[in-house]
Design a protein around this ligand. Sequence first.
Ligand code: ISE
Length: 335
Amino acid sequence: MISGLGVGVIGTGGMGGRHARNIHTAVGGARLAAVMDIDADRAGAVASLSGAAVFTDGEALIASEDVDAVIVASPDSTHAALARACLTHGKPALVEKPLATELEDAARIVEQEASLGKRLLQVGLMRHYDPQHVGVKFTLDDGAVGRPLMFRGWHRNPPEATPPTSAEVLVNSAIHDLYSARWLLGQEVSEIYVRGTTIDPARTDQLDLQLVTMAMSGGSLATIEVNKDSGFGYEVGVEITGSEGMVSTPPHHTSVVRRAGLMSQRVEPDWLERFAVAYVLELQAWTASVLAGRVEGPSIWDGYLTLAAALAGVESVSRDAPVHVDNPERPALYA
Ligand code: ISE
């Protein structure tokens, strides 16, 4: 008999493909049981790693008896319905960010999970597992730099074949930094103001460089620079100013080369390389928590609040004004 948590992965693009490989090669206690993609060939190539079953329908994978837990890594607009199907089938799931693209859908998922009375879902807000971010969190929680006063995040991306819309820059990318600000400061976003500019003049109204300014519920300030076409590769970091000092993530963790009068460091090309370790740690922690019957990582409440802030940011862009962010009372399940 094959043992281990049978994991089904929905979506086998860059992120889903990486999750499937990590489940197969790097996560003890889990096995790749099934994969789903509307592109059956792409799903078949990933399934061949482990002899996993291939599906072209997400709900059929979720319902499969051989699937104990699910990873949802399909396009953003499909996350909400698949998250709800996992709850309906009582299957624990790691749902990639954003939890949903509409706030009403995210609220419905929160209600559905709350009615079950226990957490089954985790959201793929994976900076939570990046050793560099975790180091900053430890320093802050230790009180080593005093009371946190200001968060500054930078998030520079390589260009994409289809450039994101202004809204996608916030809902798909900046959502990670919104989580980092909330998690590291231990405060919610109470007001957001976003301005943007277009990097390539050939594009029309796509604001692919955005500056996010926020007021936080505990009185701290926060800014995020999101650049979707950096021209040099991928770079994500945070810096926090405290009342007694500052703490930041280190620069790139690639080797430093000194040669011919120059000192240089290779820049990671994309998130799959920059966060390679974090993706493994995320799945190891998720699998262990599912096996222990206690899902613990970033919750759908985090998914809901980060989406609320990102969508308020979208509204801020269109109104060119600061927008208040509603933070409803935290349900007991997410205390
Ligand atoms: C992508 O979907 C991710 O999750 C990456 O972490 C982020 O840096 C990138 O901007 C997103 O498009």
